[in-house]
Design a protein around this ligand. Structure first.
Ligand code: GLY
Length: 378
């Protein structure tokens, strides 16, 4: 049992999961969120766990991190569900990457060859084969790559279960409690200030996503280079006649639009997401919704008559190399867990397990070594 006092700044999936692991290991945990926990980027997410379909060129360390994250997911979810009694909707749906036009197909094939070179278990399908997996696909879909190893979770249930887990393990959660200052003495962290109140701690975890860089009191050498990348999403209500079997992902090359359609257990269909460099603006725009709905409708025309249940935007924390920033910093006791960009929900369990190891054992696990803040040479 550890008796450390750990303060966590940020109550998204990452901060909550770290808080849960540390509280159940005996740490005294206090978590601070500027709003309601789990209600920013984690809420806007579609909950895809898709390292295969999202594998990008020249990001092999990140791919390995994602694959490792998939390995630990089922046990993590099993423990969380057993401890909290909450079901988090973990499903092994698979993702169909689809294309329509010649340029979509060239891109799909180029990506497919790369995925195969990396040894990923993916299959190239004709349009007809893709439609036999997912009958709601448009007749215009001319080819697809099937990624059966990609899964999903209900991100909203996940954050609510994590919140319950933190509290059940004795952690304190402070909502509407923006941290006004990180307190550092010499190059050692000693606590945080929220309004007039000082909270002392041995360890502070910075997990406030795209806001992490703005934390007052952070020295330049520990300022994570993260920025907000807006993602607009819509939720549609499905009907008995209309339900997707798989997750569908379309990269519409002509307009550089990405649209994915993720069927959830509550009968909604999540459509995501734009990728926009708009600073901290969280507006949903007509143009963003138009591009998203058009691309989604092109590949699954049956969405046309579905009810729009919700729209929202979330700010992904994008780092300079699109990879997370994890582990120790030049400030003793200050631990980074930010910059998860497009992979926050995927990397939640692995981040929690590895950051807990850093804090409890003082050791940086091999898998997160490439992702330290030192790689930016600040
Ligand atoms: N992981 C999907 C997205 O960030 O849009």
């Amino acid at each position: 049992m550890s008796h450390k006092r750990v303060l966590i700044i940020g109550g998204g999936a990452i901060g909550l999961a770290i808080g849960w692991r540390l509280a159940r290991a005996g740490c005294s945990v206090a978590l601070f969120d500027r709003g309601r926990v789990g209600c920013s980027a984690s809420w806007a997410s579609a909950g895809m766990l898709s390292p295969l379909s999202e594998a990008q060129f020249e990001e092999e360390d990140l791919l390995h991190l994602g694959l490792k994250a998939m390995e630990v997911y089922p046990d993590f979810v099993g423990e969380l569900e057993a401890e909290t009694g909450c079901c988090v909707g973990y499903r092994r749906d698979g993702v169909l990457l689809v294309g329509i036009t010649q340029d979509d197909l060239e891109y799909l094939k180029f990506r497919y060859r790369y995925q195969r070179e990396l040894g990923l278990p993916v299959t190239y399908l004709s349009g007809a084969e893709a439609r036999s997996k997912e009958p709601h696909l448009s007749a215009q879909v001319s080819a697809a790559v099937w990624c059966p190893g990609d899964h999903q979770v209900d991100n909203r249930r996940l954050v609510m279960a994590l919140k319950r887990g933190v509290e059940a393990a004795g952690g304190e959660i402070f909502e509407d409690a923006a941290v006004d200052e990180l307190l550092i003495d010499g190059m050692r962290v000693i606590g945080v200030r929220v309004g007039e109140k000082v909270h002392k701690g041995d360890t502070v975890v910075l997990a406030s996503g795209c806001w992490s860089r703005l934390m007052p009191g952070l020295p330049d050498s520990a300022k994570p280079p993260v920025r907000p990348v807006r993602g607009q999403v819509a939720r549609l209500g499905t009907t008995r006649e209309f339900a997707l079997n798989t997750i569908v992902w379309y990269s519409r090359v002509a307009t550089s639009t990405v649209a994915y359609l993720v069927p959830k257990g509550d009968g909604t269909l999540v459509l995501g997401a734009t990728s926009e460099e708009m600073g901290f603006d969280e507006d949903v725009t007509a143009g963003g919704m138009f591009e998203l709905l058009r691309a989604a409708w092109e590949v699954v025309p049956g969405i046309y008559d579905l009810r729009v249940v919700e729209s929202m935007a979330g700010l992904r924390p994008g780092s300079r190399d699109d990879a997370p920033i994890l582990g120790k910093t030049p400030v003793e006791g200050l631990i980074m867990a930010t910059g998860h960009y497009r992979k926050g929900i995927l990397l939640t369990p692995l981040t929690a397990l590895t950051i807990a190891e850093v804090i409890l054992e003082g050791r940086t696990p091999e898998i997160i070594r490439p992702f330290g803040i030192d790689r930016f040479g600040l």
